[in-house]
Design a binder for this molecule. Structure first.
Ligand SMILES: [Zn+2]
Length: 135
């Protein structure tokens, strides 16, 4: 009798998790996740693999500025931003990342020259918007 599919997926995940954990332990990358407090392989932000997953998004505002941000929940993030922000905002693009904190911070660095002061708002040229939309 064939194994139920769900069980097979579960076993494969466990094996991969175990291999990743062993490799990380040998490389000295084990730590306590600062979000879920699991002892697990952690990244530079001290987050485990599960907690590091999230989305990076690009929004545009009525005034022509763009915001590059990160979240684990696009819908609720958009709602809260729109509540805080007086102008209408529009989601231009978003993508899933294995390390959304690192990805957002790289994009902030790459487009730093277009940044409006210390905010997360950018006066992005069209080419930059197109590039982010390909991610
Ligand atoms: Zn975690």
């Amino acid at each position: 009798m064939a194994k139920p599919k769900l069980l097979e997926i579960g076993l494969r995940d466990l094996r991969e998790e175990k291999t990743a954990t062993e490799a990380a332990r040998m490389a000295g990358q084990m730590g306590t996740c600062c979000k879920c407090f699991r002892y697990a392989p952690t990244d530079a932000n001290r987050l485990c693999r599960l907690c590091a997953q999230g989305y990076v998004y690009l929004l545009s505002a009525e005034n022509g500025y763009y915001k590059i941000g990160r979240t684990i929940n696009i819908q609720s993030r958009l709602r809260s931003l729109q509540r805080e922000f007086p102008l209408e905002i529009k989601l231009v693009h978003y993508f899933e990342c294995d390390d959304y904190i690192a990805t957002e911070s790289s994009l902030h660095k790459i487009y730093g020259a277009y940044r409006k002061g210390n905010t997360e708002w950018f006066a992005l040229p069209v080419g930059a918007v197109d590039k982010i939309c390909e991610m």
